[in-house]
Design a protein around this ligand. Structure first.
Ligand code: IVH
Length: 706
């Protein structure tokens, strides 16, 4: 008798007896239903999307082989069961940003050195930094006006969160009215979390009630806060530490610590382990002390956050992309465990990148069950000599996808072969190549499928990206639905999404008659599609999924070009060496790689046709304004010559903070040139083009900085 394959290694369906198949189908039904509950109702998924998909695929395959299992109760009849109710969206007056991470003492030293360099601090000038625990919960913004709590929002994507005011008001330690004299407008930011003890008790109650358990305190806190019924939130013991602020009419102090002290006076909780230091040695000692207390704090923390104490310096330092230059998170080392590598699966992404994913024997790492891990790329697998069947060390750090750190070579079974990375796309069979960088002659680490226009995997991934939350944000058109519509031939390209309602009217059977869809879900989907026929231009640019054009670059391009047609024309004309290419290249933060990717994208006839089709369906709106009514907002500024009050980096950061866009060279698009002593050709060019030139002092005056 041959050995029965284990659960982790499913038998091929043909090998199953009807009885075995029925048992597996029933088991999967339970498992998937439980995951659905955790995902949709409890906000606490315990598996990755990929794992969930695998279960679902197997379940569906069983039904195809044994159609009698596909009864009315089957989960395949319930596709897209998204909850219809949802929270109102809230735009953050000041974005809720994230933090850069560092993991070693050297990186902390570098952080401090970088700050000092940026500020041009002399060696004998001290720099004071606060250090406080990084709470592993979810961040919230609490808006107080005249001391009253008016609005509480989750972080969301940093720019827009969800209104959770009713739920926040159930948290006893968050005052509805602040004490004493407070700023007229005050947005307090901090972390909502659940203590270990309360988490254990909650899971105990869930267990007794036969309800699904939460994977960790953070999921429990998130699930509790995102309850539509605030009576449920009220029964969940949540806590809050204040550590930052958003919009404030007048700051109560000039330092980070001073503001935290003010928060305390107002009746908010701040973390008692917050301290101020003036040397890196002290910061590190504090870090180690907090790390040593970690297990006894009673709540989860995942590192220490350092912040420059002086708020005037914070303002000078500003932000890079989505994180402040004046703060950093010093994370604790990741947690590790060993398990067996069952398989290596190759996923094909939107840009054709073949990404290897490790399928692992499930193992608990730091309280979370892990069954997939990132393998990065071909070279990484070869370098670590990772083979299917190996025992491997898995590491998990915070939210990052678990990684395979190394192979336990002693445990390698006899006869396992080195892994051979495929040279053809597993989805479309096109050749998969590693590009060679023309300039450096180096081979790209990523192997890519060359079948861009024929590869179904790339097409589906592009569509998923297009409809995704930070792109077109089409509710009800999630990954599963896109796959369904693609497989059914109903949506092959982005423009098909917008013609779907019209085409659907001619279809037989109609969508509402199909499995998994009903009148309401179809109506909701079509309404969601209609709602996106108008979209801000930056979101649209991002949605196109051009290589190297993420949200930040999409915003830069939208800010620079204003309208989509100018971007399109310039990019189409941007052959190497030409003026159009130089123009894109000179946009601040947008380099030659992006310029090339844009040209490749817009010069491709297929993309041209698709864009025409798409733009017939939708209307683009200007990008929402970022900065306030600053007189330089939306202007393109060039700094040239020696600046005396600002370093170049600072000047750039400052201008961007005021909503201006900084370019490296003077062109017709330039609105303003700030020139210091020694300015040369740029000043001359500005004069030729009749562009306004001001001094550094005038720049300060114009931006209202005296
Ligand atoms: S300060 C602009 N301080 O970490 C800086 N964040 O990785 C705003 N977090 O989104 C963040 N403890 O949810 C700050 N003491 C702390 C924190 C903290 C936890 C979270 C916060 C933020 C994330 C960034």
């Amino acid at each position: 008798m041959t050995k029965k394959p284990s659960h982790a290694h499913p038998a091929s369906i043909e090998e199953l007896t009807p009885l075995e198949a029925r048992a597996e189908h029933a088991r999967l039904h339970q498992e998937i239903a439980a995951h659905d509950r955790r995902y949709y109702q409890d906000d606490a998924p315990t598996v990755s999307d990929a794992d969930y998909d695998a279960l679902r695929l197997r379940y569906e395959a069983l039904e195809r082989a044994f159609p009698e299992f596909a009864t009315a109760e089957s989960l395949t009849k319930k596709v897209g069961a998204r909850p219809s109710e949802k929270f109102a969206k809230v735009k953050h007056a000041v974005p809720m940003l994230s933090l850069g991470n560092v993991f070693s003492d050297e990186e902390v030293l570098e952080f401090v050195a970088r700050v000092r360099r940026f500020l041009k601090l002399a060696e004998d000038e001290s720099l004071r930094v606060t250090a406080e625990p990084k709470i592993d919960g979810l961040s919230c913004s609490l808006r107080y006006e005249r001391g009253r709590l008016l609005l509480a929002a989750t972080r969301g994507d940093g720019y827009e969160g969800e209104d959770v005011t009713a739920n926040i008001k159930t948290i006893g330690e968050i005052p509805e009215k602040l004490h004493g004299v407070v700023p007229e407008i005050l947005e307090v930011r901090g972390e909502v979390y659940m203590a270990h003890e309360d988490f254990a008790a909650l899971n105990e109650r869930q267990k007794t009630a036969g309800k699904p358990l939460f994977a960790n305190p953070r999921n429990a806190a998130a699930g509790s806060l995102r309850q539509l019924d605030s009576r449920i939130t009220a029964q969940r013991p949540l806590h809050f530490f204040a550590y930052a602020w958003g919009e404030v009419s007048e700051l109560p102090a000039k330092t980070q610590m001073g503001v935290l002290d003010a928060f305390k006076r107002y009746g908010l909780r701040i973390n008692p382990l917050t301290k101020i230091y003036a040397t890196v040695e002290e910061m590190m000692t504090h870090y180690r002390a907090i790390e040593a207390q970690r297990a006894t704090l009673g709540y989860d923390i995942d590192g220490v956050v350092y912040k420059v104490n002086d708020i005037a310096l914070q303002e000078r330092l500003g932000f890079v992309s989505r994180a402040p230059r004046w703060a950093v998170a010093h994370k604790f080392p990741a947690e590790r465990a060993t398990t067996i590598l069952r398989d290596i699966e190759i996923q094909v992404g939107r840009t054709g990148a073949l990404t290897p994913v490790a399928r692992l024997e499930p193992v608990t790492v730091g309280g979370v069950v892990v069954s997939n891990a990132s393998l990065h790329n071909e070279d990484e697998i070869a370098r670590k000599d990772i083979r299917i069947g190996d025992t491997v060390v898995v590491q998990r750090a915070g939210d990052v996808i678990p990684q395979i750190v190394e192979v336990v070579k002693d445990k390698r079974p006899q006869g396992v072969k080195p892994y051979e990375f495929p040279h053809v796309c597993p989805r479309c069979g096109s050749a998969a190549l590693r590009e060679i960088d023309e300039k450096t002659g180096e081979t790209d680490v990523v192997r890519r499928c060359t079948g861009s226009l024929v590869c179904p995997a790339q097409a589906v991934e592009r569509l998923k990206h297009f409809a995704s939350r930070n792109a077109m944000d089409i509710e009800g058109l999630g990954d599963k639905q896109i796959e369904y519509f693609y497989d059914e031939g109903m949506i092959k390209t982005a423009s098909d999404i917008f013609t779907l309602p019209e085409r659907e009217a001619q279809m037989s059977p109609r969508l509402a008659e199909r499995e998994g869809y009903g009148e309401t879900s179809v109506r909701n989907l079509f309404a969601a599609i209609e709602a996106r026929r108008k979209i801000p231009v930056n979101r649209f640019i991002y949605a196109l999924g051009v290589r190297h054009v993420g949200e930040t670059n999409a915003r830069r391009l939208a800010r620079h070009f204003g309208d989509f047609e100018s971007l399109r024309e310039t990019a189409r004309a941007a052959a190497p060496g030409g003026e159009a290419r130089a123009r894109i290249d000179s946009i601040d933060g947008v380099g030659p790689v992006v310029a090339e990717a844009l040209h490749d994208f817009f010069a491709e006839p297929h993309n041209e046709r698709e864009l025409d089709a798409l733009l017939k369906q939708i209307a683009l709106e200007p990008m929402p304004a970022v900065a306030s009514a600053s007189p330089v907002a939306g202007k393109t500024v060039v700094f040239t010559g020696a600046l005396e009050r600002l370093t170049r980096d600072e000047a750039k950061a400052q201008a961007e903070r005021f909503g201006a866009h900084v370019a490296g060279s003077v062109s017709k698009k330039t609105d303003l040139v700030v020139a210091g002593p020694g300015a040369g050709s740029k000043l001359k060019k500005a004069a030729e083009l009749g562009i306004e030139v001001i001094t550094e002092d005038e720049w300060f005056a114009r931006t209202g900085q005296g």
